[in-house]
Design a protein around this ligand. Sequence first.
Ligand SMILES: Nc1ncnc2c1ncn2[C@@H]1O[C@H](COP(=O)(O)OP(=O)(O)OP(=O)(O)O)[C@@H](O)[C@H]1O
Length: 316
Amino acid sequence: MIQAAGLRKSYGDTVALDGVDLHVRQGEIFGVLGQSGAGKSTLLRCVNLLERPDRGTVAVAGQELTTLGERDLRAARQHIGMIHQHFALLSSRTVAGNVAFPLEVMGMGRAERSARVAELLELVGIADKADARPGQLSGGQKQRVGIARALAGNPKVLLADEATSALDPGTTSSILALLRRLNTELGLTILLITHEMNVVKSICDSVAIMSGGAILESGPIRQLLTTPGSRLAAELFPLPAPETGNVTITFTGAADEPVISHVVRKFDVDVSILGGALEEVAGGSVGRLRVSLAGAETSAALSYLREQGLIVEVAA
Ligand SMILES: Nc1ncnc2c1ncn2[C@@H]1O[C@H](COP(=O)(O)OP(=O)(O)OP(=O)(O)O)[C@@H](O)[C@H]1O
């Protein structure tokens, strides 16, 4: 649904994007995770060409955007909704007036417009706030207005720029739940940028980890977590640096299998547990356990764990 290749963007001597490739599949929620200054906002702005990349190509819904002139680009952007960290609402307009704004720009007639606005406010759960001004709303309600406005043109893609960073944890959860519902009910593809692992953990299907203008690792979350050496796994489950010979075991969905007690019973080994955690990620449970094994049958025990489908990494 979104295909970017070889994106480069510099501001003077600062290289904000240093050859970025991005592939977001239709119907998924894709998170770009990174620290401040990693290049996330620049990447998002290059996807709808609010910022023109110095080099590289961007296609959204099969349409190559980088070759379009300003007029065609404006038309193409109607199919790409965007929501912002600080909501970007017009304070002089009511909630309904804010949501109506893009429909006015599209030239939609008054009656059709007001029916569409009512439908959108209902969809995001703030139909009762239609006549309120943004200044009278909570942060979560403001973001719901932002989402309704972004959906006005029936976009195929929604870009979310730190959409929950200005919200408290409870409100963040309700906005993330709304985004997931819109993703499921409307088949909306969502590309979001965030510096919060929690956002990735709760709603993303895929992720790209970004640093210094480059993507270090990207793909479906469950696939990344079961790839040896995964940065995502290391960030999601911060364990102390391993000592030589320590074993890190990553498992998905198999936490109910008593594999460790099997190993101890089947082989001549002792297992000491050094640390670990279990998390709900991408709709399933994923766990990481750091252990040390001692005994005559250590290597047979490690082979057995691998045969059970666990990812087993031995620190060199
Ligand atoms: N308009 C601009 N002019 C000059 N430098 C810029 C501009 N926009 C971004 N940069 C620089 O490009 C780099 C990447 O910035 P960007 O805003 O994309 O990062 P980010 O990961 O979104 O960070 P943050 O979460 O703090 O916004 C930074 O070094 C930033 O200072």
